[in-house]
Write a protein that binds this ligand. Structure first.
Ligand SMILES: C[S@@+](CC[C@H](N)C(=O)[O-])C[C@H]1O[C@@H](n2cnc3c(N)ncnc32)[C@H](O)[C@@H]1O
Length: 301
C-alpha cells in the first residue's frame, strides 16, 4: 500500500461498480443511491471521471469485458455481487438487533454511509488508510452523507492491532451488539496480522459480535489469485504494494474459525451469487477465487 495515495484497489472496485451500473442488462444490480455516491467518490481522479463518462458508451461496453477476460475474467460482476451479499448480511443484522457496524478497510465502498442514513440510531464506524479515507470524507461531505452516527477512522492493520485501534475511537460503543465487515481486505494482510485481527475480534467487549468477510481461496498450485487471472495482475499488485498475502482453503474454514472462537453461519461463492442475484441472466461471467462468509463469535463459558 502506497502511503500517500488513495488505495489503487479501492479505486478499481469503485470503477467496477460504476461499470456494472452502466451496463443495461446488469444496471439493476446497483441501486441509484449507490451509483450516485460511488460517482461522487470517484470524482477525485481525472482517470475515474473519464471512465464514468465512457462506461455507458456501447463500444466501451463491448470492449471492456473482452479486456477484463484477459486480466481477471468476471471481476467487475463478482465485486458488485459480493457487495449485494454482504449488504444483505448487514441489513439482516440490523433488523435483528445489531446496533453497531464496523467496516474494516472500507475503501470507497458506500454501504456504511448509506446505512447510517437509514439507521440513525445505529453507530457506523469505518477504517482505512488516511489517504483513502481523506478522498472519501471529502466526497461524503459534498454529498451530505457525513452523519453524526458515521465515523471514518485511519487504521493500518499491519501496524496497529485492530482491537486497540477500534476501542480507542470515542464513537465506538463497547456495550453494543456489533457486526464487523471486512470485504476484499484480508488477502492484503500478512498471516500475523490475520491472527491479531481474529484474536482481537474474539476478545472485544461487545455482548454479541459477528463478522462478515471475504477471503481468497488459493488455487491447486497454491497461488493466491482469482481463477484465470493474468500473471500481470500479481505483478501490478506488487508494484502498487497491494499484493495478495493471505488465503485459506474452504476445507479449512470451519476449523480456522472454530480455533479462533467463531462459527460459520452463511457462505457464498460465485455459483451461490449467480443463483441468488442473476437468475435467468445468461453468459455473464463471475470471477471465482474469493469466497464470502458470515460468522458469529461463539459464547465463552
Ligand atoms: C480491494 S480494496 C476493498 C475496499 C472495500 N472494502 C470494497 O470492497 O469496496 C482493499 C482495501 O483494503 C485497505 N487495506 C489494505 N491493507 C490494509 C491495511 N494493512 N490496513 C488498513 N487497510 C488496508 C485498502 O486501503 C483498500 O481500501
Amino acid at each position: 500500500m502506497r502511503e500517500n495515495s488513495p488505495s489503487a484497489t479501492a479505486q478499481i472496485v469503485a470503477l467496477n461498480v460504476a461499470f456494472i451500473a452502466a451496463r443495461p442488462e446488469l444496471t439493476h444490480l446497483v441501486d441509484a443511491e449507490t451509483r450516485d455516491l460511488n460517482r461522487e467518490i470517484l470524482a477525485y481522479s481525472r482517470r475515474s471521471r473519464l471512465w464514468i463518462r465512457i462506461s455507458g458508451q456501447r463500444l466501451f461496453q463491448r470492449a471492456f469485458p473482452a479486456f477484463e477476460a484477459c486480466i481477471v475474467p468476471g471481476m467487475a460482476l463478482h465485486q458488485v455481487l459480493r457487495k449485494l451479499w454482504l449488504a444483505e448480511q448487514v441489513q439482516r443484522g440490523l433488523d435483528a438487533g445489531i446496533t453497531q457496524v464496523v467496516i474494516l478497510g472500507g475503501g470507497f465502498d458506500t454501504l456504511a454511509a448509506r446505512m447510517a442514513r437509514r439507521y440513525p440510531s445505529a453507530q457506523f464506524l469505518e477504517t482505512d488508510h488516511p489517504a483513502t479515507q481523506a478522498v472519501k470524507r471529502r466526497a461524503l461531505e459534498r454529498a451530505g452523507y457525513l452523519a453524526p452516527n458515521l465515523t471514518l477512522a485511519s487504521v493500518d492493520f499491519n501496524l496497529h492491532p485492530v482491537k486497540e485501534a477500534i476501542l480507542g475511537l470515542p464513537e465506538f460503543r463497547p456495550e453494543a451488539p456489533t457486526l464487523f465487515l471486512c470485504e476484499g481486505v484480508m488477502m492484503y494482510l500478512d498471516p500475523a496480522a490475520i491472527d491479531r485481527l481474529f484474536a482481537g475480534l474474539a476478545s472485544f467487549p461487545c455482548p454479541a459480535l459477528s463478522l462478515a468477510f471475504t477471503y481468497m481461496e488459493p488455487g491447486t498450485d497454491g497461488r493466491i489469485a482469482f481463477a484465470g487471472s493474468s500473471p500481470l495482475v500479481a505483478a501490478w499488485l506488487r508494484w502498487r504494494k497491494e499484493n495478495f498475502t493471505w488465503g485459506l482453503s474452504r476445507t479449512h474454514l470451519d476449523g480456522f474459525l472454530a480455533a479462533r472462537g467463531f462459527s460459520l453461519e452463511q457462505e457464498a461463492d460465485d455459483a451461490t451469487l449467480r443463483d441468488r442475484y442473476l437468475p435467468g441472466v445468461r453468459g455473464a461471467r463471475i470471477a471465482a477465487g474469493e469466497k464470502l462468509a458470515f460468522a458469529t463469535r461463539m459464547a465463552t463459558t
